[in-house]
Ligand binder design. Structure first.
Ligand code: SAM
Length: 229
């Protein structure tokens, strides 16, 4: 049984995709997507020995060796050019996801859809997508086992249309999530806002100097942005 988080990620895989799941760990996502007839073939990429071996074992046990190729390597380097049509990268920080995409840019030519699930720092993912002409086509925010996750789905296209005059807020909160403002979104950002307020108070009580002033301004701006949202 797949987690709700990975099930939601899988729901955006187009039928007939050649899926590359990067940082696949147990290869649960590729196995699920083949068994559900979403992907026609899949590649599970892993950089670490332990997860790589778990992925190989899982694929063998599920009897899916013919449809899923498990490969060891860093990010998109496990892919041949033109091989994948859909890439999933889930369960990592946004900075790592953005750097995997940045380092593997040449492998993205054949890719029609990216499904990205940053645990933190979704801002960095949206910034990379915007800088590289990928337009977000859908977003989701969900809570599972007390943790809040964001899912960002993107295809090649004009990213600027999404943000218009609200670029800073759009990159931080997500253009679709900001419009929808569901209860999980409200919960996440009111918790973040409380956290920022605490830090701001600490800084105001103890700190001085230029760097502190800069941090104070940045925090105050974010608090205001969350207030507006
Ligand atoms: N994607 C699965 C999920 O969402 O449940 C597993 C997430 S797990 C927390 C992150 C995995 O990414 C780890 O198994 C780690 O070894 C792998 N990873 C981290 N950096 C990577 C990279 N540059 N290339 C490939 N895999 C990477």
């Amino acid at each position: 049984q797949l987690s709700k988080r990975l099930e939601r990620v899988a729901s955006y895989i187009p039928e007939g995709s050649v899926l590359a799941d990067i940082g696949s760990d147990h290869a649960y996502l590729p196995c699920y997507s083949i068994l559900n007839n979403q992907a026609s073939k899949a590649i599970a990429g892993e950089v670490s020995d332990g997860p790589y071996n778990s992925a190989r074992q899982q694929v063998r046990q599920t009897g899916l060796d013919q449809s899923i190729s498990v490969r060891k390597g860093d990010g998109l380097e496990v892919l041949e050019s033109g091989e994948a049509t859909c890439i999933t990268i889930a369960g990592m920080g946004g900075t790592l996801i953005a750097s995997i995409l940045e380092n593997g840019k040449v492998k993205l030519e054949s890719v029609e859809r990216l499904i990205l699930q940053p645990n933190v720092g979704a801002y960095n993912v949206r910034q990379w997508l915007m800088d590289n002409n990928w337009a977000i086509i859908n977003e989701e925010i969900l809570e599972e086992d007390g943790k809040i996750y964001e899912i960002i789905v993107a295809e090649k296209g004009d990213p600027l249309k999404l943000y218009q005059d609200k670029k800073d807020a759009g990159l931080l909160f997500g253009p679709f999530l900001l419009k929808e403002k569901n209860p999980v979104f409200r919960k996440k950002w009111s918790m973040e806002q409380e956290h920022w307020k605490k830090i701001l108070k600490q800084i105001e009580e103890s700190g001085q100097g230029e760097a502190v002033a800069e941090k104070r301004e940045e925090l105050a701006a974010r608090i205001e942005m969350a207030e507006e949202a």
